[in-house]
Design a protein around this ligand. Sequence first.
Ligand code: KMH
Ligand code: ZN
Length: 289
Amino acid sequence: MTVESSNRPAVPSASSATMITVAPTGAELEKSAVPALPVTLEELVITAKECREAGAAMIHVHIRDGNARPTLDLGRLTETVQALREATDLIVQLSTGGAVTDSYERRLAVLDAAPDGCSLTCGTVNFGDDVFMNPWPFMCELYARTQELGVVPEFELFDLGHVAALHRLLDKYGAPFGGHVHCDLVMGVPGGMAGDAATLVQAVAALPQGSTWSATGVGRTAVPVMFAALAAGGQLRVGMEDTITFSRGRPVARNAELVERAATLASLAQRPAMTPEAARVMLGVPDRH
Ligand code: KMH
Ligand code: ZN
């Protein structure tokens, strides 16, 4: 797959199946407020198995410490990658975003846990009342490390300006490890791009030629973004990192029900859930089992 970071509109990823990523935990929610959130390794492994069963092909992982607080402890991350690999065939993607309080050093060191993939956010963004920092030199260093260590990045785009930064990154450093550009539009974050169909179409049109993409809508934008992504030929990300309300007044009981709903909608759209094996081929992720 050739990477062209021109400004030509991206061809929608015309796939006959839909890759579903589950983001089960995140770094923002408190276990005490959301008891269904998987925070221990055991809870995470159970969640991963249930979500695989429901149709997920990839898991986007944030981990917690013994007090259920977000951590980037390398030992725990390594143990988590190994446990998820033993228990499932899911593509294991570690977050390099961490929590807004994590240092750049710790975020770079995440790659030493040897995941299949990692998130790589293409710019700073207001993040509710906080700021999620991703300055250009950090992006470059992280990208160079993914190439060096053989980790497939997923470019997280919270805003249209992040798409421009992605073009700049690819122009400067070339194709990612695996040779294929895959992006994730994170929509509806207070401070980022809106979570609606019009914005999604605009963002997709600006992506690098030949890239594939998924989309996730935060909070109440989850469902409209899912429909828009399916209609526009994209992949889906769902999970309690992004939404804890299944429908008005009804909290999410477990991550797998969000994956089940996504898989059902994907089937209705005539693009049923993709296997992890097919997703590896699409993304250029080697099988490390
Ligand atoms: N927790 C957010 C500050 C990522 O995983 O790369 C960052 C985030 C993005 O969740
Ligand atoms: Zn994340």
